[in-house]
Design a protein around this ligand. Structure first.
Ligand code: AMP
Length: 506
């Protein structure tokens, strides 16, 4: 990883940044594991303010400060928007860090550097994964509109986020959504002539042009990810859960059709087109597969999940889509329910504990049954127990919940610098509504990951089992209440003559 001299940090814009010690904060608990370090909830001792401290991992850096952290700091310092996370300051811990007993930590790193952020109660993945979680249509519209507003602001300021996904969308208990984790973000020039790396964006949210190897791209890459999130919110689980690049590409072709020169002029010139193009003709099936979505939602989704990046809808135009301007309107963020804090890191941990607990209980139950049914003396009991376990009625052992492969974005290809482990975004749980058609009750969360309360799934995709099946369910969730006109809320309101509210951002 490229490095920069230590003296390059914080010297120009804000000399006071970096001057305070992390001792000004009391660490409360770990809430995340980031691209380059842990994230903690912490309290500022003097003011009592709750913040998030993101530690910049230095143990892999032999010669200085990681360039990704410098980029994130530089970019966040220039972005000021209610839908972009606020970086408050940088703090340091001067000496070797202390362990729990106050002894110097054996860690090679001599001092710690932390980014101090405003604290957010949830990330979208963690929130969606809460047991029994149901998002209403106005709520989905509210989150989507804030996501698009924040992203439009970034794009106007010529910043590509390059890692839009649920765990990077932070939500507070006031219903505000903010883009976070700018560790892969970078500035771009409008002419798109720069050579950029195509090894960015977590695999499930990565657009086809990056999979096909382009190094010249722009804001459309983020809009593909937004389309994936939107579909995920409506569908209840990730729509393209590929385990490596070829599978990722084929999942996209199966839903969005084969990329050819007719629909995407120039595609056959992309570096990896010949390796990843489908081997048989494939029609676009998005409308068919998601026919149970609301018409306006589907219309918008079509425009986001457009293969040709030149034709893909921009954040600005998406904000103008009918979807956001017809009943039920996006709700006022403040009207949203307040939830106990939920970050992906924590929900994963809780699920893991629950799984261990369930397995222990199951083992105990089997043991108990064996003891009850068996009248055979001890030496034979064991044998019998084994046979019994193999022959017990019912379906064969279901795959363990959460047993999806750990995803490392980019399929671990050589030179891939994005190594954030991604245990399938909290799994393919059906955590969202069953359809996009605003007409019924709430959304059914189903704790069984990968299988949902849908009618028999209409399978699609290549033998990837439950993960890749889409199900058309009857619309069953309500329009909810608390719609609001949008005026003054994130994204502005119709009174602002759609789209005119973004003029002073540059
Ligand atoms: P990041 O490295 O920024 O992706 O952070 C990893 C995880 O830490 C996120 O998915 C969040 O769950 C959590 N996190 C990051 N920043 C904050 C914040 N400002 N407030 C609360 N949680 C955060």
């Amino acid at each position: 990883m490229a490095i920069a001299g230590a003296g390059q940090l914080n010297t120009r814009e804000a000399p006071t940044w970096g001057s305070r010690s992390v001792d000004c904060f009391e660490k409360l608990e770990q809430i995340g594991e980031g691209t380059y370090g842990q994230v903690y909830m912490a309290r500022e001792i003097r003011t009592g303010e709750i913040v998030a401290l993101k530690k910049i991992r230095m143990d892999n850096e032999r010669e200085g400060f990681p360039i990704t952290a410098i980029r994130e700091i530089k970019i966040l310092k220039k972005l000021h928007h209610e839908n972009v996370i606020k970086l408050k300051e940088i703090v340091t811990s001067p000496g070797p860090e202390k362990d729990d007993q106050g002894r110097p930590d054996g860690n090679k790193y001599k001092g710690g550097i932390y980014m101090v952020f405003e604290y957010m109660d949830h990330d979208l993945t963690g929130l969606a994964d809460r047991p029994g979680m149901r998002f209403s249509v106005p709520q989905i519209k509210c989150y989507m509109r804030q996501l698009l507003t924040g992203l439009h602001y970034c794009h106007v300021n010529q910043v590509l986020h390059r890692d839009i996904k649920g765990s990077n969308l932070l939500i507070d208990n006031e219903g505000n959504l903010k883009l976070a984790d700018f560790g892969l973000a970078r500035s771009y020039s409008i002419d798109h002539n720069g050579n950029l790396t195509n090894r960015v964006i977590t695999l499930w949210y990565r657009p086809p042009e990056l999979l096909l190897g382009t190094t010249k791209y722009g804001p459309a890459v983020d809009m593909w990810s937004v389309g994936c999130i939107f579909a995920e919110l409506l569908h209840g689980k990730p729509i393209f859960p590929g385990k490596d690049e070829p599978e990722q590409a084929s999942k996209i072709w199966e839903l969005c059709g084969a990329p050819d020169e007719n629909i995407w002029p120039g595609v056959s010139k992309y570096p990896w087109y010949n390796n990843l193009k489908p081997t048989r003709p494939l029609k676009r099936r998005l409308r068919e597969v998601f026919r149970h979505f609301d018409r306006h939602a589907l219309e918008l989704l079509e425009k986001m999940l457009t293969l040709d990046p030149e034709k893909r809808i921009s954040a600005k135009d998406a904000l103008d889509a009918e979807y956001f301007w017809i009943d039920p309107l996006p709700c006022d963020p403040k009207s949203l329910p307040k939830y106990e804090a939920s970050h992906e890191f924590q929900t994963k941990k809780k699920r893991q504990q629950q799984r261990q607990h369930d397995e222990a209980a199951k083992r105990q139950k089997i043991q108990h049954q064996q003891q009850q049914h068996s009248r055979i003396p001890p030496p034979m009991q064991q044998q019998s127990g084994q046979a019994h376990a193999q022959m017990r009625p019912g379906p064969p052992n279901a795959p363990m919940h959460g047993s999806q492969p750990q995803l490392v974005a980019g399929g671990g290809g050589p030179g891939h610098h994005y190594g954030k482990p991604r245990g399938g975004p909290s799994g393919g749980s059906n955590r969202y509504p069953q359809g996009g058609n605003p007409s019924g009750g709430g959304y059914n969360h189903h704790p069984n990951r990968g299988s949902g309360p849908y009618p028999p799934p209409q399978a699609y995709g290549r033998g990837a089992g439950g993960n890749s099946s889409y199900a058309g369910g009857p619309p069953n969730y309500s329009q909810g209440s608390g719609s609001y006109s949008g005026a003054g809320g994130p994204g502005g309101g119709r009174g602002n003559a759609r789209g005119q509210q973004y003029n002073n951002w540059q």
